[in-house]
Structures are given as structure tokens and as C-alpha cells.
Design a protein around this ligand. Structure first.
Ligand SMILES: NC(=O)c1ccc[n+]([C@@H]2O[C@H](COP(=O)([O-])OP(=O)(O)OC[C@H]3O[C@@H](n4cnc5c(N)ncnc54)[C@H](OP(=O)(O)O)[C@@H]3O)[C@@H](O)[C@H]2O)c1
Length: 274
């Protein structure tokens, strides 16, 4: 997809953070945008802000409240949206969350919820969109993370869900290619969003130490890289120099990545035991 003008864009998790920045950028490029998230006040506020960026009169802008973790809800909301708004040319699955804790402090309920939002939520929207997208082609973006290819201390449930998003997307890519549907996976590093702020409230010191040397990106920068990546037809989109570097180092020298992380963790633990 090179040109976004007049394209129907579904942004799941579009009321905040990376999804919201992407919505603003694409609306400025002439896309028709529909946002999905759970909280209606935040959705309305996001749409009000995006409205100011309108570039032509009949540009569509809308929202629907939906919990991606609820398959039946996704089924009915997507059915209505496809009827009223039109089927998606571009589907962006940005809904997700992380609640960092050490493994033994993560309840089974938390694991279940993380999987239901981050992995099953992605499956649920793709499941509803694909039959319609097959008719005209299009592009799907699933949002993973750097923690989708590097296992990080304090993020066991999150890493399990985000590694799975990459596997799911890679397998799906080859199945959907004959129908003119391409796929990208966005792997952001730490990004300054409301979700990141929530994440920091429970983050173990070890987890903070591991990412402390990487630059915190702004969501608008991540959105810009995402749009460029879609235009270039990239499968894996990793914003920022540090993120790209960590991907290549992990691939070429996996034990170096583990050794650096172990060193960061040990440093924090030794400090704590003093
Ligand atoms: N920020 C980072 O450092 C970072 C790094 C790597 C990857 N990521 C990934 O990037 C994506 C966006 O993160 P962000 O930091 O921009 O998060 P954010 O600011 O918390 O925004 C998350 C969006 O998803 C929606 N959402 C969450 N749970 C949902 C659900 N069950 N059903 C429907 N919508 C839901 C939220 O709205 P409601 O709460 O109202 O539903 C909101 O619109 C996530 O997948 C995250 O894992 C983020």
C-alpha cells in the first residue's frame, strides 16, 4: 500500500498511544478512519482531536466501543462496521497491554487476560476482516514488541503473547499473499505512551535496568516509521536504531544479548542485597 488516500483504515486500540498517533497521521493523509477501544470517553476525545486534521469534507471518521478479548463482541461490532463504514483496506491491531511482574507474582488470571487481549484479540479481528479483505486485497498490521523476539525479565506473560503475535503473523503472511493481502508486524521499543506509564508502575528494577540504555521513542515517531514500513511492504517494522540493532544482534549473537541482560540483572540484584 503506497497511497492511503480514500482507504478505509480500522485501528484497534486507536484511542491512545501508538494507535492514536497512527490515526492522526493517516487522517492527515486522507484515509477514512474508524477507531476501536473499550473506553467510550477516550474514543470520543481522540476522534474530536483527529477531526481537526480533516483534509476533505466527506472523509469518514468514526469509532466503536469494543473489547478485542471478546470474540462474540468483535464479531458483531466488525459486522456492523463493515456494513456502515465499509470493509477495511488497512487493519491495524494496536490494542495490547503489559503488566510487568516476576513470574511467580503473575496470576493465572493475568496470563489469561494478557493472552486474550494481545494474542486472541489480534486473532479475533483478523478472523472477521479477512473474508472481506480477500475480495479487494489490503494490508494488516499486528503490533508485537522488541519483547516479541527477546525474552525479557519481568515480562513472561507479555513475551509469550508477543512472540506468538510474530509467529501468527509470519504463518498468516504466506496464506494471505495469494489474495493480495500483505502483513506487517510492528515491534516498537519503549515508547512514551499512557500504556507505558501504566507498565512502569509495576516494573521490577531488573526490567528497568535492561531497557535503561535504549532511547524512549515518541509515539508519533513510531507511527511515522510504521507508515513508511507499510509503504515499503516490509514484514518486520522496528522503529529506532537501538531496536534494529537489538534485532540483528539477537539473530547473529544470541548469547551476547543474554549475557548483557544477565549482567544488567545481576548489577541490580547485587545493589539490592547491599
Ligand atoms: N508503549 C510501549 O513502550 C510499547 C512497546 C512495545 C510494544 N507496545 C505495544 O504497542 C501497542 C500499543 O501500545 P501503547 O503503549 O500505545 O498503549 P496504550 O497507550 O495503552 O493504548 C492502548 C490502546 O489499546 C486499547 N485497548 C487496550 N485493551 C483493549 C481491549 N481489550 N479491547 C480493545 N481495545 C483495547 C486502549 O483503549 P481502552 O483501554 O479504552 O480499551 C488504547 O486505545 C500494544 O500492543 C503494546 O503492547 C508498546
Amino acid at each position: 500500500m503506497k497511497d492511503f488516500k480514500d482507504k478505509n483504515v480500522y485501528i484497534v486500540g486507536g484511542s491512545s498511544g501508538i494507535g492514536f498517533s497512527t490515526a492522526k497521521l493517516l487522517f492527515r493523509k486522507g484515509s477514512h478512519i474508524i477507531l476501536f477501544a473499550r473506553n467510550t470517553e477516550r474514543l470520543q476525545k481522540a476522534v474530536n482531536e483527529i477531526e481537526g486534521l480533516r483534509i476533505f469534507d466527506d472523509q469518514k471518521l468514526s469509532w466503536m466501543a469494543m473489547d478485542v478479548a471478546n470474540r462474540e463482541e468483535v464479531k458483531s461490532i466488525f459486522k456492523n462496521s463493515i456494513n456502515d463504514f465499509g470493509s477495511p483496506d488497512l487493519l491495524i491491531n494496536c490494542a495490547g497491554r503489559a503488566i510487568p511482574y516476576r513470574f511467580e507474582d503473575i496470576t493465572y488470571e493475568q496470563l489469561n487476560e494478557t493472552m486474550k487481549i494481545n494474542l486472541y484479540g489480534t486473532w479475533n479481528t483478523v478472523e472477521q476482516a479477512v473474508p472481506f479483505m480477500k475480495e479487494k486485497g489490503g494490508h494488516i498490521v499486528n503490533v508485537s514488541s522488541i519483547a516479541g523476539f527477546i525474552g525479557v525479565y519481568g515480562l513472561t506473560d507479555y513475551c509469550a503473547s508477543k512472540f506468538a503475535v510474530i509467529g501468527f503473523s509470519e504463518a498468516l503472511r504466506s496464506e494471505l499473499k495469494p489474495f493480495g493481502i500483505s502483513i506487517s508486524v510492528l515491534c516498537p521499543p519503549d515508547t512514551d505512551t499512557p500504556g507505558f506509564e501504566v507498565e512502569n508502575r509495576t516494573k521490577p528494577e531488573e526490567t528497568k535496568a535492561i531497557s535503561s540504555s535504549a532511547k524512549l521513542l515518541q509515539p508519533d515517531r513510531v507511527a511515522k516509521t510504521l507508515i513508511k514500513g507499510i509503504q515499503k511492504g516490509k514484514f518486520l517494522i522496528i522503529p529506532g536504531f537501538n531496536g534494529k540493532l537489538s534485532y540483528y544482534v539477537k539473530r547473529l549473537f544470541p548469547s551476547l544479548v543474554t549475557a548483557i541482560m544477565d549482567w544488567d540483572i545481576r548489577r541490580v540484584q547485587l545493589k539490592g542485597s547491599r
